[in-house]
Design a protein around this ligand. Structure first.
Ligand code: SAH
Ligand code: DHB
Ligand code: MG
Length: 225
């Protein structure tokens, strides 16, 4: 199996099932033009996020790791009237591009982009009483994924869904000897989820235009308070 084949099949899937969308395409174009890395979710993964949020009936969504707001737009599309996304981004330039993309989508009243390390902005959300969130998407610096998961759980209610991206990393996640902080961080994430009685979780490997990776779903089945 080659990356070319994964690209071709992702194109086939997207051509059939993900309708062309000028606003989403413009967000990717503006992000590329601004020099942001193309590490956004793929279109078919973005639509999966939207569908998961819709079938969950999510009204309040938290995202950790905005980049240019591509996944943010997919999540925001799932919201009923009155719904809200708060998305956390450490790099001001990324947040600025995301805000432009969100404005172009007409979603500035629905999506709030908060600048700062999520390590600081997550406790702030708690202090402000912004919780609980129905759905959290964790997709920021991989080294701290376990910390973000702990915060996502804290900001959840019984029944909330926590989705985590990039949990396979070309299979490197199974290598205990790997010294990359991102890999070690992802391994800590698995250990934390495994030891957490208040969630029911699984993970799925994926291949596609973004390579070989995976995502995890954790349903909050216990009371996080
Ligand atoms: N969710 C986006 C991709 C996010 S890429 C999409 O699919 O479209 C990861 C993002 O996390 C980057 O923009 C990076 O700047 C941001 N990030 C890295 N460290 C962070 C931190 N400590 N707090 C918040 N965001 C962080
Ligand atoms: C990277 C980050 C992501 O969120 C992703 O989906 C793919 C790659 C990265 O930091 O390399
Ligand atoms: Mg990701």
């Amino acid at each position: 199996m080659s990356q070319e084949q994964w690209n071709a099949v992702d194109r086939y899937i997207t051509d059939h099932l993900v309708a062309p969308d000028a606003v989403l395409d413009a967000a990717l174009e503006a992000s590329a033009k601004a020099g942001l890395p193309a590490i956004n979710v793929a279109p078919n993964q973005g639509k999966l996020l939207m569908l998961l949020a819709q079938l969950h009936g999510a009204r309040r969504i938290l995202e950790v790791g905005t980049l240019g707001g591509y996944s943010t737009l997919w999540l925001a599309r799932a919201l009923p009237p009155g719904g809200r996304v708060i998305t956390l981004e450490a790099v001001p330039k990324h947040a600025e591009v995301a805000r432009e993309n969100i404005a172009r989508a007409g979603l500035s009243d629905v999506v709030e982009v908060r600048v700062g390390s999520a390590i600081d902005t997550l406790p702030q959300l708690e202090k402000e009483g912004q919780a609980p969130f129905d759905l959290t998407f964790i997709d920021a610096d991989k080294a701290r994924t376990a910390d973000y998961f702990a915060w996502a759980l804290k900001l959840s209610r019984k029944g909330s869904l926590i989705i985590t991206d990039n949990v396979v990393r070309k299979g490197a996640v199974i290598d205990a000897a790997n010294t990359d902080a991102n890999i070690q961080g992802m391994r800590r994430f698995y250990e934390a989820v495994a030891a957490e009685p208040r969630v029911s979780a699984t993970a799925v490997q994926t291949v596609g235009s973004k390579g070989y990776d995976g995502f995890a779903l954790a349903l909050v089945t216990g009371d996080p308070k």
